[in-house]
Design a protein around this ligand. Structure first.
Ligand code: KIV
Length: 254
């Protein structure tokens, strides 16, 4: 199945069954997730925090994204592989298309960028070149410094209206789906109902979106130093690593 067919398959899930999505940054995790039958694997720029040890996503470069996208693409054969365009990689339509093509060459099958109305022309340019785009609205991690922290969105009518205008602009420009991050459930539900394309929620509450995305380290409990309040760890991989290493050290002490 080629990238356009995979994007069409994702869009067709709207109103049928929930979109399932997780992040991955390496071959092994991507292969394991793919074998579980996920719809979408995001090589997210959360890479900056949970793999590269930066304080936020504003340190992630195209070179980081290309390296990790290629590793994920070697591991995942079935899911749609979505590559994040990192900060400063899409200042204008021409540069956005150039960097989208680089992610596709590395193995991504769609690209994601943050923002609404202001990104309309960039999304249209990338989509017209045959590359599926997924939008990202609500709390935008690449703007954390300007925003002064991670804040919930859709708290009042003006914020909700701005989100709706942005979402409709992305849809009109040809986006295949939109990630909604930290949008209050009522506003997220309104967006989901107003759009023909799927919304994929993170930190938006239950059943307000057409699907869910989560950061893999939050789900498996492998990054214990920060767990977002909305995350539900379903394993304690950090604890298991510690136990295994202690057992290894113990065995060495003859
Ligand atoms: O980079 C990332 O992991 C993301 C998710 C939070 C959706 O964009």
């Amino acid at each position: 199945m080629n990238l356009l067919e995979k994007a069409a398959r994702l869009r067709a899930k709207k109103g049928q069954s929930p979109v399932s999505a997780l992040t991955a940054y390496d071959y092994t995790t991507a292969r394991l997730l793919d074998e579980c039958g996920l719809d979408l694997i995001l090589v997210g720029d959360s890479l900056g925090m949970v793999v590269l040890g930066f304080p936020d996503t504003t340190h992630v470069t195209m070179e980081h994204m290309l390296h990790h996208t290629a590793a994920v693409a070697r591991g995942a054969k079935q899911a749609l592989i979505l590559g994040d365009l990192p900060i400063h990689s899409y200042p204008d339509p021409k540069t956005a298309l150039h960097n989208s093509r680089r992610l596709i060459e590395a193995g991504a099958q769609a690209v994601k960028l943050e923002g609404g109305l202001e990104q309309e022309a960039k999304v249209r340019t990338i989509v017209e070149a045959g590359i599926p785009v997924i939008g990202h609205l609500g709390m935008l991690p690449q703007s954390v410094k300007e925003e002064g922290g991670y804040k919930k969105k859709g708290k009042n009518q003006d914020e909700t209206q701005a989100l709706l205008i942005g979402a409709l602009a992305l849809q009109e420009a040809g986006a295949s789906a939109i990630v909604l991050e930290s949008v209050l459930p009522k506003a997220a539900l309104l967006l989901s109902k107003s759009l023909e394309i799927p919304t994929i929620g993170i930190g938006c509450g239950e059943e307000s979106c057409d699907g869910e995305i989560a950061v893999i380290t939050d789900v498996i409990g492998s990054y214990p130093w920060f767990i977002p309040p909305f995350a539900t760890p379903r394993a304690d991989v950090a604890g298991e690593i510690e136990k295994a290493v202690q057992a290894y050290l113990h065995a060495l002490k003859r």
